[in-house]
Design a protein. Sequence first.
Length: 379
Amino acid sequence: MSGSARWLLVGPRSSRRIAGMQAALRARGLPAAVVVDYADLLTGAIRLETVLAGHPDALVKLESPGEAPALHDALVRRGWELAGGPGAPPAPLQHGELAHQQYWSAGFTAVLAAMPADARYLNSPAELSLMTDKLACQQRLADAGVEVPPLFGAIAGHDQLHSRLDTHACDSVFIKARYGSSGAGVLAYRRHRAGREVATGPIELVVDGGRTRLFNSLRQRRYEDRAQIARLVDALAHQGAYVERWIPKPAVPGAEGGHFDIRAVALDGRPRQRIARCSRGPLTNLHLGNRRLPVDACLDRGGQGCLESAVARAAAAFPSSRMIGFDLIVRGPRAWVLEANGFGDLLLDVRHEGRSVYEDQARLGLREAPRPLGEPAHV
């Protein structure tokens, strides 16, 4: 690839993901990746086809559009325009605000759909788009025979949540934001026989002059007031939310207590870096300050074998994506896939066979020719 970059990264220039990949390339003595910002693609300042013409053999990695508030607002605005501009234009979001995710999804999907079809992608635009629709993603996994928590479908609000609980004779569920690629907008919800409700999640509810606003929080907040919970669920559902059965997480071995699930990164269909995420609350996301443990501290050899096979089956459901992060519950001989994330490789300070996720990826350009879009990623 003389005179041509091995990698082309599309994402916010200040992204930690791009910095991590560039550092891995530099450590191997490889040329720096060419970087194209989504913001420039949105405005038309840069055309990806033009950049690719100068680097025709580059492997293209589409990074998360996160960590860029102005870009997020621009994607929301584009999605709102594509929806026909209903009502007033969405105002720029305050720091941490969770709103208009349905418009963000429409805007980002449009950007991905405009990507050139003949590029060599690490993960295809179409499958990345699917994975940012978490309900559609879980349905894809279920259709492929992968075990996921039973899905109760999208909800329009708090009233429909209760009708779904009645239909499925279930009182413990997770309510999840449908669109995105992070753990934002997730509630663990329980309804007790006496009618009492409890919802827990990293969401701050703010009622300002009768207007309900949601903000991401770095701690798990507990809500027990029915009116507050109804506002919270209605606000989530307005921007897209769905419900799934709450699968209890296994207990962390030892005296420290809490429960755990697993984050594992698959490369070319094989699980690589993995970590146990441990929490005393129902959510285990690491950005909430939860503990991490080596997987072998939580799973015996049989459990680790179950993890390996579950990740391989789940990865096979996305044949045009070479790198996927999976969240799983492994309990006894069973594993449930909670999420597939095409941007799920931001797993810092975790190594497998001595390599980080970015060091694994940096080696791809050395040991093999990149695969054209559409050629299966799994043998």
